[in-house]
Structures are given as structure tokens and as C-alpha cells.
Design a protein around this ligand. Structure first.
Ligand code: SAM
Ligand code: SF4
Length: 456
């Protein structure tokens, strides 16, 4: 999953909340979900929130007025893990003051063996692995709360009262790749695809209720379907979803350079509802580092792939992920990543400093021998170069008209994204939520655009 995705971000689900307390007495228990990490975590938090809503819970505005707190954690890098552990520490004090507070923890912090976490955090009521809803249901039932068996299923046709204009739909869980630095396969397990018909049903229902755009999620969406009867693939799924009338746009992430194929590229090129945007993480610009990362491709394969994609889909915007300071990365090897960035001219790069993750292959086999100042310096160099490139790319949109699907309001402005995933802000007195706006771009920056409505 790319790290648009992985920016460590606290997401407060569905707030602000209209206070529903009667003289300090809660009518129904209130929940607060704290989420950090990738889009998959955010999608799973949303799923849990929907079910808690359907079970009659109400949403709290913070930890401090909740009866039930759920932490959805990430451990892809040490910094994310530290935030989760810090928050767990904070909640210990809160539970001391309010012993009835229930604390649940999910996400990639939760390993198969939870003994150590239970020892360190005895104030936690339940630890359940990401997507392991049966454990949550069993716990809820013990509390006498009528969480329905529907949480066991992915398709929740009857639960989304008024879905957001843009919905995130997990299509494949887990990862079979075992890149040497990555903890995801250990925490999320092997790949399991959702049946194609189930995804189509869910998206049909969402579209009927107002969702205009879906983003299909998986650690490696190119693996979708290999474990299903008849082996449908992502291209087949895109074809099916494209025929849903009320749906305007389809996206997906993340692709893997060793697995993405021509059938998918041609499908994206031919289906008008599929947006011109791909997340294709390269991770490094040096073949020896890519080999040590166990990525399964060389730089030349990536280059050819990007050229093919750009040739077949000229409007495509390409995003990537890069790790700097992988064990043993020399200055020269880092320069190879830097020159690949200059050559490829990506629209967006998520750059991360290598963080050793206990249990991974790189953690077992290599020493984390690049000093943190050097990692930081390399990270800054990539970010500076990318800011200049993105600034140039985005400035080409100055004066042009783009289609924006409006997702919401921030600081008095409407915001949404272009088909190429550029964030656009505009001011207007009308109600634009969930609508497609024609925006003339007036101001650009490396990170976002501003413009004016041109719809009649
Ligand atoms: N499946 C996607 C792929 O193939 O690249 C990415 C999923 S991964 C959870 C998201 C991003 O986190 C990766 O692209 C990588 O750049 C970053 N990441 C993963 N493990 C990391 C580590 N140990 N240190 C630093 N960054 C890491
Ligand atoms: Fe991690 Fe590699 Fe799987 Fe992505 S493909 S989730 S980086 S193991």
C-alpha cells in the first residue's frame, strides 16, 4: 500500500458528533476509533464504525467521552509503532480514572502471539488481528451488545446509511511477497481475495446510495483473484464495476512492478471510469539494493514498465514509494535512486527512511548501519528534488479546466481530487458534496491546486 496511505495520520472517524448525553448519562455507549497507517487501516476502521453504528453505538468526539475506544495501529515503521504504544500508555491513565472504559486494539501491532502485549498493557480488554472480526464479535457478545454476525461478512449492503462520495473497498487481504524489510506479511497473513460478486454487490449498493468513486485496496492488487475459483483478476473486476451506472470513478492501489501486466494496463486505458492514476512503488533505484529488498525486478524492468504505461495511457499520473538508508546503501547506490527520481518524473513520491522491523528478513540478515542523520539527509534530498518536479508538473495545469469529485470542506473551502489524484481546493457558496465540478486552475503548488468553478 502506498503511503499516501502511510503518512502517519490520526483519523477521527465521523465527527464532530452531536452530543447526546442526558445530564451526564449516556443513552447508548459511545465509541471512539483512533486510526494510524495505510488506507487499508482506514477502510477497516470505517467498517468497524459502520457496524458499531448499526448496533446502536454513538460516536464520541474524543477518547475522553467514549465508553469504548478502538486503536487501529500500524507497525510498518518504528515511528508509527511508537505512536500506538504512546497512545496505549495514555489510555492506561484514563482507564485508571474510568474503570468501565473498554479498550480494544487491532491493526498490525497485534501479532499471533499476544502474550507480550497483554503483559505490557493489562488495561486492554481485547486484542484482535486486522480484519479478525469474529474475535471482536465474540467479545461484544460477551458484553451483551448485539453486534451482528454481518460483521463477519464484507458485504454490508444494509448498513451504510449515507456513504461518503469516495469509498475504500478492500479486495484482497494480506501479502505473499515478503519483501525483506516489510512486516506486513507477518501481521496480515497470506493473500485472501474477496469473491468478485461480493465486491460488485457492495459497490452497486454504495453507488445506489450516493458513492461516486471507489478505491479498491490491497497490498498487491495485481495478485487479486489467484486464490478464487476461475481465477478472476483485477482487470475482470474493473470491467464488472465499470458497468455500474451510478458509479463515476474507479481507482485501485497498490500495484507491484513485478506483477502488473499488459491486460491490466490495456483495461485501464480502455475503461473510461477507471482513473488515470497508478501507485507503483519502486522502493530503490539500484539493482543490488532491489535484490537485497527481494523486490523481484530490476530498475530496467521498472523503466520499461513505466514507459509502456505512459505510452498506453498518456494522461497517467504515477506515484511511487522509496526507502532510503536500506542496510549497506552506499552514497553511489543512493545517487541511483536520486537519478531515477529525476528521470521518472513521478507525480508523487512517498519517501521513508529504512526502519528495521523485528522478525523481517532484513532485520535478521543485515545490520541497520546507515546513521539516522545520513538517512534524514537522503530523505530530504529526494523530497527536495521531488518538490521541484511536482511543482513543474502541476504548474502545467495552470489555466486548464479539470474535473474534480468533491469530497468535503476544509477551512471554508471545498476540496476534491482530479482523475489523476491531484488535490484541488475551491470556494463556492453552492452545495458541491459528492458532485463533479469543472474547475479552472488558478494556483498550483507541488502538493495541491486552487481554482474556480466553471460549471454552469
Ligand atoms: N505493498 C506495497 C509495495 O509493494 O510497495 C507497499 C506496502 S508497505 C506497507 C507501504 C510502504 O511502507 C512501502 O512501500 C515502503 O516504502 C514502506 N515501508 C515498508 N516497510 C518499511 C520499513 N521497514 N522501513 C521503511 N519503510 C518501509
Ligand atoms: Fe510489504 Fe512487499 Fe507485500 Fe508491499 S509487496 S506489503 S512492501 S511485503
Amino acid at each position: 500500500m502506498n503511503s499516501s496511505s502511510l503518512i502517519e495520520q490520526e483519523t477521527k472517524i465521523k465527527q464532530p458528533y452531536n452530543q447526546h448525553r442526558r445530564k451526564g448519562k449516556s443513552i447508548m455507549p459511545r465509541y471512539f476509533i483512533w486510526t494510524i497507517g495505510c488506507q487499508m487501516n482506514k477502510a477497516e476502521s470505517q467498517r468497524i464504525a459502520d457496524y458499531l453504528d448499526s448496533a446502536g453505538y454513538q460516536v464520541a468526539t474524543s477518547f475522553f467521552n467514549a465508553d469504548l475506544v478502538i486503536l487501529n495501529t500500524c507497525v510498518v515503521r518504528q515511528s508509527a509503532e511508537n505512536k500506538a504504544l504512546g497512545t496505549l500508555g495514555l489510555l492506561k491513565g484514563l482507564k485508571n480514572k474510568h474503570p468501565n472504559l473498554k479498550i480494544l486494539v487491532t491493526g498490525c501491532l497485534v501479532d499471533s502471539d499476544t502474550r507480550e502485549l497483554k503483559r505490557r498493557f493489562p488495561h486492554v480488554d481485547l486484542l484482535f488481528k486486522p480484519g479478525y472480526y469474529p474475535e471482536l464479535i465474540a467479545w461484544e457478545q460477551k458484553q451483551g451488545i448485539p453486534i451482528e454476525q454481518r460483521l463477519l461478512r464484507y458485504a454490508r449492503n444494509d448498513t451504510w446509511m449515507s456513504p461518503s462520495p469516495c469509498a475504500f473497498i478492500p479486495i484482497i487481504q494480506g501479502c505473499d511477497n515478503f519483501c525483506s524489510y516489510c512486516i506486513v506479511p507477518y501481521r496480515r497473513g497470506r493473500e485472501v481475495s474477496r469473491p468478485l460478486e461480493e465486491i460488485v454487490r457492495e459497490v452497486e449498493e454504495l453507488a445506489k446510495r450516493g458513492t461516486k468513486e471507489v478505491t479498491l485496496l490491497g497490498q498487491n492488487v495485481d495478485s487479486y483473484g489467484h486464490d478464487l475459483p476461475g481465477h478472476p483478476d483485477l482487470a475482470d473486476l474493473l470491467n464488472e464495476l465499470s458497468s455500474i451506472d451510478d458509479l463515476a470513478r474507479i481507482r485501485f492501489l497498490t500495484n507491484h512492478p513485478k506483477d502488473i501486466n499488459l491486460k491490466l494496463i490495456d483495461t485501464v486505458a480502455s475503461l473510461t471510469k477507471v482513473c488515470e492514476h497508478l501507485e507503483l512503488p519502486v522502493q530503490a533505484g539500484d539493482d543490488d539494493i532491489l535484490r537485497a529488498m527481494r523486490r523481484g525486478y530490476a530498475v530496467e524492468r521498472y523503466r520499461e514498465l513505466a514507459n509502456t504505461i505512459r505510452h498506453k495511457i498518456p494522461q497517467i499520473s504515477l506515484s511511487t514509494d522509496i526507502i532510503v538508508g536500506f542496510p549497506g546503501e552506499t552514497e553511489e547506490q543512493f545517487e541511483h535512486s536520486l537519478s531515477l527520481v529525476a528521470e521518472m518524473r513521478f507525480d508523487v513520491i512517498h519517501v521513508a527512511a529504512y526502519s528495521p522491523r523485528p522478525g523481517t528478513i532484513a532485520w535478521r540478515e543485515y545490520q541497520d548501519n546507515i546513521p539516522s542523520e545520513v538517512k534524514k539527509e537522503r530523505l530530504n534530498k529526494i523530497e527536495e528534488l521531488q518538490a521541484a518536479i511536482a511543482s513543474e508538473i502541476n504548474s502545467q495545469l495552470q489555466g486548464r479546466e479539470v474535473e474534480v469529485l468533491v469530497e468535503g470542506r476544509k477551512k471554508g473551502k471545498w476540496f476534491g481530487r482530479t482523475r489523476t489524484n491531484k488535490l484541488v481546493f475551491f470556494e463556492d457558496a453552492g452545495d458541491w458534496l459528492g458532485k463533479l465540478a469543472r474547475i479552472q486552475i488558478e494556483e498550483t503548488s507541488p502538493w495541491s491546486l486552487k481554482g474556480e468553478v466553471k460549471n454552469n
